[in-house]
Ligand binder design. Sequence first.
Ligand code: ATP
Length: 220
Amino acid sequence: MSVPERKISYKIPEPTLRRLPWYLSCAKLMRSQGERYVSSTHISRQINIDSSQVAKDLSYVAISGRTRVGYEVDSLIAVLEEFLGFNSMHKAFLFGVGSLGSALLQDTGLAHFGLEIVGAFDINPDKVGSVISGIPVYHTDKFSEIMQKDKVNIGILTVPISISQEITDVMISHGIKAIWNFTPFRIRVSENIVVQNTSLYAHLALMFNRLKDELKNEDL
Ligand code: ATP
């Protein structure tokens, strides 16, 4: 009796989903070094995760390895990219072309991971009308009109926290379904909206805190 269909339709655990891009990077590194096969033990050593965990995580993406030699590197990369949605393009709009917003507009790496920013919005007259890395910057007032022309599901939020919620509401009311929130503000959305919080500043607090503990231990 075979049940592979059932396995693939399982909701993948979030920690697994967070680890899969690490395996992808590891496989890409190995390909660049001329390797044809990679085993879960090798991945596990490279990124310091238990090899049974690696094998379990990879079982979600429906790739099977060969005993002893492991996974074929090219197939592993292709399967992971497909599974993670990195090889199909997802269009996004960005709000707030400040230092962080414009850095994201200039980051060519995002396109390699399937994200294409097709337009940006700001209210600063010095920025509106400019083009950054080929991406036009419009006035926020134009959002409704531009959203009707282009089918975009993702909004990137890099505005000041004072207007994070307001801009979130505007995006959602015009049909944005997922928000990548780079502000340290906890935006409120209804359940059907996907939110990914990626505040650099919030992560800094974690690093400072752990560093403080480490330095304390050194002093002991
Ligand atoms: P700047 O480069 O202007 O100094 P900054 O990097 O210090 O900005 P913030 O002050 O957080 O960052 O502002 C981020 C961007 O958000 C700025 O370009 C600002 O003009 C823009 N912004 C402010 N209000 C809005 C709005 N309603 N819609 C879109 N963008 C906005």
